[in-house]
Design a protein around this ligand. Structure first.
Ligand code: ZN
Ligand code: ZN
Length: 412
């Protein structure tokens, strides 16, 4: 859901109206009310949560002796502070709202409706998602500075230090209702899902400047969120204190979505449901699965992939184009796979992996490479993964030769 930014009056008229204010107090109140309205237009119904993120008095150097209940109670969401939103906070609010909006689009595409690249969440679903995101953002901002392994941890007895921090984390989460926590938990699973794709990209692109980047506040926190005890232990503490069952760990929708569109769609090849890829979601395919396992571990081919293929996958749109090119190339048993069809993850991976090495072979030959003799085990060869000499001497961008024929060859 998008918030409306249409304002019915132009600036001159607003200026005139403000000049009629009888005193400064009225003017202040008017400005406050206008800035809050603008903030609402920007953020939507999750404004109280968004405002708490920018207004929270982050304890600069969090210490284990900080009072957990004071940390939990600081600047509550329902506080109606008559404080104008200053320029710095406006900028933060703006940046966070853009990030949350992008995440909502991605969430909607992944989990609500894979036919639309902009969010089609209902007003209620959108509000739940955004509130959960801002609450996670606040939590991460508060506890970001903590690290169990940090040098200054030595000042404290380790176990005591750990227990104090877990108490603070549990207290900060405890202000939310069980439903709100379940929404945060689903939002966290969603971030985990994105992070696993991002980290696979980043791992591949250590030397590349083209990598897709997560919104800033999350990219710096990615390592932190899943650190042991950062969120899992406080969540577990609360489930057990409230005697409720923990939400399923793989559910990204529980508590947030009321319904999922096209949930009954089937894979065109194997008739299963689940994650279904169509042209709109090609861009979500995790790049790390483009190469068959053994080819991925062949150093020569891996390097070639990094140098030639990776730079072609530097944005979601580029990945989409590349997959389009693989479809244009389809051969053999895949000749009739239609780009307009729906595919489950397994079938889509099989298709892409089989076109990927064909693409690399054609590309290399076009640029003057003369392949050495084909290894009889082709892309499936184990030896290429541990024997660099073998990997360099034989071509592995080829189909394995039928093993029975191979035996006949060996015998003659
Ligand atoms: Zn399938
Ligand atoms: Zn081989």
């Amino acid at each position: 859901m998008r918030s409306s930014t249409a304002f019915p009056l132009n600036d001159d008229i607003i200026g005139h109206i403000l000049r009629f204010c009888a005193d400064f107090e009225t003017l202040q109140a008017a400005i406050h009310s206008i800035s809050r309205q603008v903030a609402y237009n920007l953020v939507g119904p999750a404004l109280p949560q968004a405002l708490r993120v920018v207004r929270y008095p982050y304890f600069d150097n969090c210490k284990p002796e900080d009072d957990p209940s004071a940390m939990a109670a600081a600047c509550p969401e329902d506080s109606n502070v008559l404080e104008a939103i200053n320029f710095d906070k406006q900028a933060m609010l703006d940046e966070n709202a853009r990030a949350v909006e992008k995440l909502e689009d991605l969430y909607s595409l992944m989990d609500k409706d894979r036919t639309s690249k902009t969010s089609v969440l209902t007003a209620e679903e959108s509000c739940r998602f955004c509130c959960a995101m801002y609450r996670l953002m606040l939590y991460c901002n508060i506890f970001y500075s903590y690290d169990y392994n940090m040098e200054h941890g030595q000042e404290y007895d380790d176990e005591e230090y750990r227990r104090a921090i877990i108490a603070q984390r549990t207290a900060v989460l405890s202000v939310y209702s069980t439903n709100e926590l379940r929404q945060m938990y689903s939002a966290l699973q969603f971030l985990t899902e994105i992070a696993s794709t991002l980290s696979s990209l980043r791992a591949r692109r250590v030397h590349s400047t083209h990598g897709r980047t997560a919104p800033m506040m999350f990219s710096t926190l990615l390592g932190e969120i899943w650190a042991e005890g950062f969120l899992d232990t406080p969540f577990e503490n609360i489930w057990s204190a409230r005697k409720v069952t923990a939400p399923p760990s793989k559910s990204l929708t529980e508590g947030i979505l009321d319904s999922v569109n096209n949930a009954g769609d089937l894979c065109s090849q194997c008739d299963t449901t689940g994650t279904i890829y169509s042209t709109t979601t090609w861009c979500l395919f995790p790049v790390k699965y483009l190469l068959k396992d053994n080819l991925l571990e062949n150093p020569l081919i891996n390097r070639y992939f990094e140098d030639v293929v990776d730079p072609r996958l530097n944005s979601p749109a580029a990945l989409e184009r590349f997959i389009g090119a693989l479809f244009a190339l389809r051969t053999g048993e895949f000749a009739f796979w239609d780009p307009a069809d729906l595919y489950c993850f397994e079938c889509f991976t099989e298709f892409l992996q089989n076109q990927m090495w064909v693409w690399m072979l054609k590309h290399a030959v076009r640029y003057g490479w003369t392949p050495p003799e084909n290894c009889p085990y082709g892309w499936d060869c184990e030896q290429q993964t541990y024997d660099e000499g073998h990997a360099n001497v034989w071509n592995h961008l080829c189909e394995p030769v039928d093993e029975t024929l191979q035996d006949v060859d060996d015998a003659t």
